[in-house]
Design a protein around this ligand. Structure first.
Ligand code: PLP
Length: 491
């Protein structure tokens, strides 16, 4: 329990004591308690002024204060309940009491009005300068120096030769499908445990996804399940046109065995690295393994251009083709001439300016996200039933999102129930990705596991993502830890 001596007082205190306490408390009020610590009423400086106006001296005791039924809330009530009560009564402070009526703390409106969100944009100091430069030079569109520099910096950073900045990560995955010749009736393998944007582009091309389970050790594509599905596809005479390997929550998949398998079958790999910019696999940058790789700069990712993506490859011809296709596929001619279907998928020079600024702070953002994750691990140590997303020896995860599973047999709470309880505390948490093979839109698609158990189904049923933003304060991280400890009954 917090030290409440600075904001609670009894009736033996004087008006002077109480005024001094109000000055020092920062709350604008003190709480009057009885000898047993039970809450009696709140006292504002207005209450004290009225006593002085009645002619009482500064040394008079608070026994002169009339009794008053002040509003309190029980400690088991949620923040949302507290905020509703404060809104109804138009007050900014609410004393919290236990079942014995003793004050345990004071809730302040300014502390709870702000919800803690899952992952929000976090700008650095230089984004605006790059954007301003684009304005100053009227290089608003098309493309321009920010786009060139953004592409070059990402290519250098990841060690991939070529990169094309695009309007979204989804566009990058879609162009990868186009470049690999994926068409109607083809199949493409894809991780089941992911966001729909990994798999939707397969369907844009009229192809059919086959979903592959993940492994417990990395939560990403299971090499054994991939091996099984490749063998099965070969036996059926229908090998996939490509394999989309997703790197979830800031962590690479186990690329060596996956690449070895795909090489053996001659299938190109597309790395969906939308969530793993800055992560490494055996020391090498995520996004540098696939024949093609996609990054996303959507607003919730580790860095953002407010919306955007990038396609990378060591094959310069592929990226040149991506640039062509993403700018409406205009054949070289003085008029508009088109021999293939194009797209409007390029990134603007303004947004690339935001990206250049964000890249300068990427390392800081990664360090902060990892620190947030570590705070959760430390702060929830000893709470039974929590398993954090593993980080294998070969992995350096950015911990884009802090994720864990919570054993429902330990606390009797499903992930969904915990998410709801956190929402009542104005904390945004989410279940883990709902597997693609369970999505209504992909009903009927094949799904392959390594053996009889579906790992991603279990993860979805028991897992959650906690607020993970690099702009979270220590107090916010502590609030999440305390809320979870309370929900899980581990005070
Ligand atoms: C965010 C995301 C995408 C899509 O990126 P956008 O830029 O939002 O289109 C694709 N795959 C995964 C795994 C993602 O998390």
């Amino acid at each position: 329990m917090k030290d409440l001596s600075g904001i609670t007082t009894t009736r033996v205190a004087t008006i002077r004591d109480a005024l001094a306490m109000i000055d020092g408390s920062g709350h604008g009020l003190v709480l009057l308690i009885d000898a047993e610590g039970r809450f009696e009423r709140t006292v504002t400086d207005g209450d004290l002024r009225r006593l002085l106006l009645k002619g009482l001296p500064m040394d008079a005791c608070l026994t002169e204060l009339p009794t008053l039924a002040s509003l309190v809330i029980n400690e088991r009530a949620s923040r949302r309940d507290a905020l509703e009560l404060m809104d109804q009564r138009q007050i900014n402070h609410l004393p919290v009491v236990n079942d014995h009526g003793q004050v345990v703390r004071v809730i302040e409106r300014r502390d709870i009005e702000k919800p803690i969100l899952l992952s929000t944009p976090h700008m650095g100091d230089t984004e605006l300068a790059f954007v301003e430069e684009a304005f100053r030079t009227n290089w608003i569109a098309p493309l321009g120096p920010n786009v060139d520099a953004f592409e070059r910096t990402i290519a250098d950073m990841t060690g991939v030769s070529h990169a094309a900045a695009l309007s979204s990560g989804t566009a990058a995955i879609h162009l990868a499908m186009v470049l690999l010749g994926v068409g109607a009736g083809d199949t493409v393998f894809c991780s089941s445990f992911t966001f729909a944007a990994s798999a939707n582009p397969i369907v844009y091309q009229g192809a059919i996804p086959v979903f592959i389970d993940c492994e417990d050790s990395s939560w990403n594509m299971c090499p054994k399940a991939l091996e099984r599905s490749l063998a099965k596809a070969k036996a059926q005479g229908k090998l996939p046109k490509a394999v989309i390997v997703v790197n979830l929550y800031g962590q690479s998949a186990d690329m060596d065995p996956i690449l070895a398998l795909c090489d053996a079958y001659g299938i190109p790999v597309v790395e969906d690295a939308a969530e793993s910019l800055g992560a490494t696999y055996k020391g090498r940058q995520s996004g540098s393994f696939g024949k093609l790789a996609a990054f996303s700069f959507n607003g919730n990712k580790i860095i953002t251009t407010s919306g955007g993506g990038m396609l990378l490859s060591d094959d310069g011809d592929l990226i040149a083709r991506a640039r062509f296709l993403s700018t409406q596929a205009r054949d070289p001619a003085p008029h508009y001439e088109h021999s293939v279907i194009g797209y409007n998928y390029r990134m603007s020079n303004i947004l690339a300016g935001v990206g250049r600024g964000q890249l300068q702070v990427l390392d800081e953002r990664i360090a902060k996200r990892r620190a947030v994750f570590q705070s959760y691990v430390d702060g929830l140590e000893g709470v039974p039933g929590i398993t954090w997303m593993p980080e294998p020896a070969w992995s350096f995860s950015t911990r884009w999102l802090s994720t864990c599973t919570i054993d429902p047999t330990v606390h009797g709470l499903t992930a969904k129930a915990i998410v709801e309880r956190l929402a009542a505390e104005m904390i945004e948490a989410r279940p883990l990705w709902k597997p693609m093979h369970r999505q209504p839109v992909f009903a009927g698609c094949d799904y392959v596991t390594a053996d009889n158990e579906s790992v991603c189904d279990r993860l979805f049923d028991t897992g959650l993502c906690l607020p993970s933003g690099s702009n979270m304060s220590t107090a916010e991280v502590d609030r999440v830890i305390n809320a979870l400890r309370n929900i899980l009954g581990a005070k």
